[in-house]
Design a protein around this ligand. Structure first.
Ligand code: AMP
Length: 568
């Protein structure tokens, strides 16, 4: 096909602002495109030279583009520059100049879409010294073979400025209309696109094999799968309505999502959530995956976390320092990482996308030999929302963002924010307007990030009728690292060997260390609920430490006040 055919379409698309019209223009056009050209056309309508994730970079400096236009149009570079500034668009400037080029520079021969595409790839693949000149010369040869209007689009493509308003979904819609006659079939194309986010492959498949071409469409190692995303709910309880069976609950790690692919030749490629290749930034992770994952080929997903010397998670900002082009080796040793693996998409020739999460999880565990660098995400299986909430608090104490509740029977929904994954983060917790002054009754020994200090405090309210302190909640959030570190020192003088006389605590809530009831802290919370685990009979949900109070224990919030707040 001649490139000028595509130029006509570009001109029509540029004139319309309606998405519907764009789809119709493209659909009509696609019908006329030879099947062997359709993948190229699909990319070029988006101004791309390949799948989005391939990120083909032409690497042409603006100076070289000016040089090429000058040469092709037979004018000085200064003239080109002047016109580019005036028009504010190098494409329009090239068009103007080529319209007036001397007859001696009239093109010979036709420019096919194949040659156009190949030469642009040649520009992308040229590097090393003198490459800007070689790139510019290839561009000249293309400019010599296009019409003036063609030059407008060629230059825009080269500069990554086609901006036609055509998106991947528009192309998929148009392909569905062109090859199946029905727009509704775009769902099938979209599904395939989520597994294989490459419009060229989708276009070629539908053009050559029709819808049945997608029947056996599957994960291919080396090609990223669009990542599954998590839904959110307003209230924690809603989760059990969305996932009616047992729930798998995992920590929501605040790091960087990664999809790791191991090819049959042993090569490992890492893709980011946006499907960019991030392999070069994590040579350590590549090494760990090769070492600790037992499979010839795989596609698995997890979260990369920066960790300290003890293996505890560090904040996201620390990990972000690993996002670099230079000094990678230095930062590999400066900021060690760990991968928390939470999903498996493919292993040794078998796609796991359609298999229930429990099966994916079982297989993941079999594949991974335990190490500090690659670990399977910690999780609990439960049908009790109370246990979900408890796990949530525990995850916050360990320094994570919250939890992700997953449907054990759910499949991997590529590119979809579905109900098989539901996130619950600390910032979703809505707080009551009143705060509580609680007596600290004891503390629990910290784990993970809180190793060496207390992980949580046991807070109590005052029962003035019986002159007793009743447990009300565990306080684990709201304390920063500094406050956490100083807890044992601060509470040292209040530590007692056994439960103090006026303190009443249920067996399951007994702290590791008892305190004489003297310190009062102000705590906020989301809700007061009935609770058999706390001697107050009620408990504060999502408690958060605010500050220490200069109050005596008997001046703490009383049972009567709490009941009053509950309207009893
Ligand atoms: P959000 O970005 O808030 O929509 O939350 C989804 C993100 O949480 C995912 O893209 C992952 O990067 C991250 N994440 C952390 N832990 C997990 C986990 N256990 N399972 C799934 N995603 C997780």
């Amino acid at each position: 096909m001649n490139f000028e055919k595509l130029v006509e379409i570009y001109m029509q698309l540029e004139k319309t602002a309606s998405g519907n019209e764009m789809r119709q223009i493209l659909a009509e056009f696609f019908k006329s495109v030879p099947k062997d050209d359709i993948h190229i056309v699909a990319y070029l309508t988006l101004g791309k030279l390949g799948a989005e994730y391939e990120d083909v970079v032409l690497g042409l400096a603006e100076k070289s583009v000016v040089k090429a236009i000058a040469k092709a149009a037979g004018v000085s570079e200064a003239k080109v520059k002047e016109l580019v500034d005036k028009r504010g668009d190098a494409g329009l400037a090239a068009e103007d100049l080529l319209k007036k080029k001397p007859m001696t520079l009239v093109p010979v021969g036709e420019l096919t879409i194949h040659e156009f595409f190949e030469k642009l790839h040649k520009i992308a693949n040229t590097d090393g010294s003198g490459s800007q000149d070689t790139k510019a010369n290839i561009l000249v040869s293309l400019l010599q073979k296009t019409s003036a209007a063609g030059a407008r689009y060629l230059i825009r493509i080269v500069l990554g400025q086609l901006r036609m308003g055509v998106a991947e979904m528009t192309v998929l819609d148009a392909l569905a209309i062109a090859y199946t006659g029905e727009k509704k079939n775009k769902e099938i194309l979209e599904y395939a696109y989520n597994i294989s986010p490459d419009v060229g492959i989708i276009a070629e498949t539908i053009a050559k094999n029709g819808l049945k071409g997608f029947d056996h469409f599957s994960v291919q190692v080396g090609r990223p799968v669009k990542m599954m995303l998590a839904q959110r709910v307003e209230e924690l309880e809603e989760i059990s309505k969305k996932i009616e069976c047992e729930m798998i609950v995992e920590g929501k790690y605040d790091g960087e999502r990664v999809q790791a692919h191991k090819l049959s030749d042993g090569k490992i490629i890492l893709f980011s959530r946006r499907l960019d290749t991030i392999t070069d930034q994590f040579p350590d992770l590549v090494e760990y995956l090769g070492k600790y994952v037992k499979a010839k080929t795989f596609v698995l997903e997890g979260e990369i976390l920066a960790i300290d010397a003890e293996g505890n998670p560090l904040p996201f900002q620390t990990l972000m320092q690993r996002r670099r082009k230079y000094d990678v080796a230095e930062y590999v040793s400066k900021i060690p990482i760990q991968l928390k693996v939470f999903d498996l998409l493919y292993v040794d020739g078998v796609s796991y996308l359609d298999k229930p999460l429990v099966d994916r999880e079982k297989k993941t565990k079999q594949m991974i030999s335990s190490s500090g660098q690659v670990v399977v995400a910690e999780r609990i299986v439960t049908s009790s929302i109370d246990e979900v909430e408890e796990f949530f608090q525990k995850m916050l104490e360990r320094g994570y963002e919250g939890i992700i509740v997953k449907n054990p029977q759910g499949e991997y929904q590529a590119g979809t924010r579905g109900w098989n994954w539901i996130k619950w983060k600390k910032d979703y917790v809505k707080e009551l307007s009143d705060t509580f002054d609680l007596v600290v009754l004891g503390a629990y020994i910290g784990r993970g990030r809180r190793h060496g200090t207390y992980g949580a405090l046991l807070g109590g309210i005052y029962d003035e009728k019986n002159d007793e302190f009743l447990s009300f909640c565990k306080i684990g959030t709201g304390l920063n690292d500094e406050m956490l570190a100083e807890l044992p020192t601060r509470f040292k003088e209040y530590v007692v060997g056994k439960k103090p006389a006026r303190v009443k605590v249920e067996k399951i809530m007994e702290p590791d260390v008892w305190f004489s009831p003297e310190i009062v802290v102000e705590v906020s919370g989301a809700e007061i609920t009935q609770s058999p685990s706390h001697t107050a009979g009620v408990a504060l949900r999502f408690p958060r430490f605010l500050r220490y109070r200069e109050k005596s224990a008997e001046q703490a919030t009383t049972v009567k006040e709490v009941k009053g707040m509950m309207g009893k």
